[in-house]
Write a new protein. Structure first.
Length: 90
C-alpha cells in the first residue's frame, strides 16, 4: 500500500508542487529525501527549512497520511506582532 502526498514550496514570486507516492508508514523525512532528488526541490536546503502539513508545523519523524500537503516553510521576514503594529499605524 502507498500514500500519495504533495510537497509544496512557495516564494513570493513562484511556487512549486511535487506529487509523490511513498510507501505506507513513510515519514516527513522520507518525503524530504525523495523530494531532494527532484531537480527543482534539490536546489533548496531542505534540511534547514521548517516543515508543516496543511499549515501546522510538524516534526520530521511524523508519519504521512494519504492526501497530506507537506509544506516547506520560509523563515519569517518580520515578526507578526511587529507587522500588525506597522499596519495599524497606517
Amino acid at each position: 500500500m502507498s500514500v500519495r502526498i504533495e510537497v509544496v514550496h512557495a516564494l513570493s514570486e513562484e511556487q512549486w508542487v511535487l506529487p509523490l507516492e511513498l510507501n505506507e508508514g513513510a515519514t516527513v523525512e522520507d518525503a524530504l529525501v525523495q523530494a531532494a532528488r527532484d531537480l527543482v526541490f534539490g536546489r533548496f536546503a531542505l534540511d534547514q527549512l521548517t516543515v508543516g502539513i496543511w499549515g501546522e508545523v510538524v516534526e520530521r519523524n511524523k508519519p504521512l497520511s494519504d492526501g497530506d500537503r507537506l509544506e516547506l516553510l520560509r523563515p519569517l521576514q518580520i515578526d507578526p506582532k511587529t507587522a500588525r503594529r506597522i499596519r495599524a499605524k497606517r
